[in-house]
Design a protein around this ligand. Structure first.
Ligand code: ADP
Ligand code: ADP
Length: 235
């Protein structure tokens, strides 16, 4: 069944310098489904992910997630409800960093559980072991390699059993040789947890190699109105 549905959604930035519009005529994601969103830098991938993270309101359109009418919650200014939904149902893997330096690995992984109110130390240990960082649970992020830190971020994004995981260029900071492995690991862990997964990337070949179906955006140079457009469409 459908986890996420967008219809005729648009979001525009009206800067004088470089006005930009993102358009999503139709987009569906099923529960547990994985997909890579591909497009060059500046094509609106981060903007789309921020909307899907319930952190940025669409200008127009219909948007439902996990049975909630998101467009309506934004129209009604229900920031509390949006934040609660985000904390319970969404996990985010940042490009780089994002770990709290004064918490241990276990504390960092458990953070999403604490925020969602579902603490579960056994799940923290299980995820850490699956991701090959079971021996690092008492260490601080500064004592880890970059690849290990990114695995902590993956475990944290899944610790509270979200329905959807969002990752914006999650391999931006890892060595190219490790990037394929991190992407494959992220997909495997989401599969196992039953979470849907959206990864934004400028490298569709890498995403395809790691086993992701790829949705490429259409980009349109500024027309007579001076607005650059990107279209993400998936019926
Ligand atoms: P990507 O993630 O694909 O690089 P972004 O979503 O970051 O794309 O940006 C898409 C376009 O929107 C770019 O031209 C960017 O400069 C512009 N943009 C992004 N955020 C803002 C903002 N807050 N205000 C104005 N323009 C923005
Ligand atoms: P990415 O690395 O994903 O492409 P960017 O570097 O484009 O991200 O954007 C980083 C942050 O800066 C985002 O929060 C984005 O909204 C903001 N931003 C990007 N372009 C602009 C812009 N032209 N004006 C204002 N804010 C922007």
């Amino acid at each position: 069944s459908s986890l996420l549905s967008l219809r005729e959604v648009a979001k525009a930035y009206r800067g004088d310098a470089a006005p930009f519009a993102l358009e999503v005529p139709a987009f569906e994601l099923a529960e547990g489904e994985a997909l890579a969103l591909a497009g060059p830098s500046g094509s609106g991938k981060s903007t789309l992910l921020m909307m899907l993270a319930l952190a940025l309101p669409p200008d127009v359109g219909r948007f439902t997630f996990a049975g909630s009418d998101i467009a309506r919650l934004w129209r009604e200014g229900r920031r509390d409800a949006l934040a609660a939904l985000r904390a319970r149902r969404i996990g985010v893997v940042p490009q780089t960093g994002g770990l709290l330096p004064y918490l241990t690995v276990a504390g960092n992984i458990g953070l999403t559980q604490r925020i969602a109110g579902c603490e579960d130390a056994a799940r923290v240990r299980m995820l850490a072991e699956e991701l090959g960082i079971g021996a690092q649970l008492r260490k601080r992020p500064a004592e880890l390699s970059v690849g290990q830190r990114q695995r902590v971020a993956i475990a944290r994004a899944l610790a509270h059993r979200p329905a959807l995981v969002l990752a914006d260029e999650p391999t931006a900071s890892v060595h190219p040789e490790l990037a394929d492995a991190v992407l494959a690991l992220l997909k495997r862990e989401c599969d196992q947890a039953g979470a849907a997964l959206l990864v934004a990337t400028h490298d569709p070949e890498r995403a395809a190699r790691a086993g992701y179906p790829v949705l490429a955006c259409e980009t349109h140079a500024p027309g007579a109105d001076g607005i650059a457009r990107s279209v993400f469409a998936r019926a």
